[in-house]
Every structure is written in C-alpha cells, then in structure tokens.
Write a protein that binds this ligand. Structure first.
Ligand code: AMP
Length: 280
C-alpha cells in the first residue's frame, strides 16, 4: 500500500494509472475509519482496479462552533485498517496542500443542500462539494463510493456531479451498523456508555416509523409524530429534525410512497450531533 501526501504526486500518479487503463475507485473519508468506511472500500474493490482512500478532516465543512478541533485523528490506525482491507493508496494530504494560503474558490449546490442538515449547518455542504470536487480532480476516479448514512450528502454530490459534468460514477453503499443497531460513525467515539444507550433510541425510532409504513400508514405527519414521540422518551436526546423526503431530490414528501422516500433524522445526544435515516 502506498501513502501519498502531496497533491501533485497523487494527481500525476492517478493520471498515469488512468492512461494505463486502470479503473480508479475513490472512497473519500475524514479518517477515524470504522466498518462503515471499510464496507465502502469493499464495494470500491469490487468495481475498480485501484482503490484510493482519502483521509482529510475538511475544515470548510465544519461550522465555527463545531467539532473540527476535537474530531478524532487516528492516521496510523487508519492506515493499518486500509492495509488490512487491501487498499492500494491512502491519500492523506495536509491542510495547506488542499487549502494553500489565499485559497478562494468554492463549489455550492444551491437546492438539495438547503433543507435538513443545511438549515442547522449553513455552509456545511458547500465545504463538502468543494473538497469532493477537489479530491475528484486530484485522484481522477472512475467511481467514487459514498455511504447511505449521509443520505443528503449522497444526493448533493450526485447533483454536483451531474451539474458540473464530472466523469465519475457515484456509488452508494448501505449504512453499516454496530450489533446494537447504532449506525457506525466517527462521532460515536464522543459518547459515554449511558449516552450510547440513549443514542440507540435513534435507530429504534426510525424502525418504528418504518413499521407503520409497512403496516400501510401513508400520512407523513403520522409517521413523523411517532418517530418524534419515540425520541422524546429519551432524556439525553434533543431532536434537530425528522423529515420524510424524496431520496433523490430531498424534497419533503406530501404522502408516503414506499420505494421512493427516506426518513432523515438529526439529533443531539447531549453534546454529540448524530444523523441517521431509513429507506421507506
Ligand atoms: P466521514 O469520514 O464521516 O466523512 O465519512 C466518509 C464516508 O463514509 C461518507 O461517504 C459516509 O457517508 C460514509 N459512512 C460514514 N458512516 C457510515 C456508515 N455507518 N455506513 C456506511 N457509510 C458510512
């Protein structure tokens, strides 16, 4: 496995791989790798000849009062996990490689980014689309794999790729969960055992909502009310949003049409912000 830190070196290496006919698969991450990330590596390995994992804690997608400084950085352990999983290249650039002094260009998707997490995290998706387009230009991937766990991010990136004519296929991998049902996330590291027990209310509430839909309920308000109620039973949880939206457009659903929509949820578990979702 190769480790590359320089943008120029990564870019010329990727151009070389492409001209020799290799298919490049990229898995963009912010590190502190867990099974969610590694399951995306497996998908990339099935679909591409060379798999690149990028590890970069992207400052432009964090708000001023968010957890950029305390975000877990575990590069050595991450590289070991990548090696064990058969990753070909870890691209781990420094901050100044990606955002040199005087940096001033941003990519902004203006529609799908506006709702859900876009309300409570203004500029978050602008940071995501900017860094992802930069990573695509640096690593030249034929495919890039993202996780369903970040459903709005998936939709925004697909839209950015379509709007900007980026020649990369976006592949979405299913949400990986720990045995207790909690979606794996680097931010789970912030949770105490008690907080984690409360956090389990999130996947359970989503399951309850899905159960109603499976029983034939089609009223959006009814399903949202049930999920909100379930969350309210947990002392440490403060709901940020629960919304049923179209999977591709992120537009709020008026009635439930199974197979087309998704319940998206964000909540605070004390000081930790978690998101999760379930396909209807
Ligand atoms: P992050 O390091 O949190 O920026 O995530 C990097 C990629 O891993 C994104 O495409 C995420 O959607 C994906 N990811 C994070 N958690 C999970 C999970 N539990 N299951 C599947 N993919 C995930």
């Amino acid at each position: 496995m190769q480790t590359i830190q320089s943008v120029n070196e990564m870019q010329s290496h990727a151009i070389g791989l492409r001209s020799s006919g290799r298919l490049i698969g990229l898995v963009p991450t912010m590190g502190n790798l867990h099974e969610g990330h590694l399951s995306l590596v497996d998908i990339a390995k099935e679909r591409a000849d060379k798999v690149i994992v990028s590890i970069f804690v992207n400052p432009t997608q964090f708000g001023p009062n968010e957890d950029f400084d305390k975000y877990p950085r575990t590069l050595e352990a991450d590289m070991e996990k990548c090696r064990a999983r058969g990753v070909d290249i870890v691209f781990a650039p420094s901050m100044s490689e990606i955002y040199p002094p005087g940096y001033s260009t941003y990519v902004n998707e203006e529609k799908l980014s506006a709702g859900l997490c876009g309300v409570s995290r203004p500029n978050h998706f602008r940071g995501v689309t900017t860094v992802v387009l930069k990573l695509f230009n640096i690593t030249r991937p034929d495919i890039a794999v993202f996780g369903q766990k970040d459903a709005q991010q998936c939709a925004v990136i697909k839209k950015m790729v379509a709007d900007m004519n980026v020649p990369t296929e976006i592949v979405i991998g299913p949400t990986a969960r720990d045995a207790d049902g909690l979606a794996t996330s680097s931010r789970n590291a912030y949770l105490t055992d008690f907080q984690r027990q409360d956090a389990l209310t999130i996947p359970r509430a989503l399951q309850e909502g899905k159960r109603l839909v499976d029983q034939g309920v089609r009223q959006v308000d009814r399903v949202v009310a049930e999920i909100t109620h379930q969350l309210s039973l947990s002392r440490r949880i403060r709901m940020i949003y629960v919304q049923i939206v179209d999977r591709d457009t992120m537009e709020p659903a008026r009635e439930i049409i199974p197979g087309r929509q998704i319940v998206c949820l964000a909540a605070w578990v004390d000081q930790t912000r978690l998101i999760d979702n379930i396909l209807l």
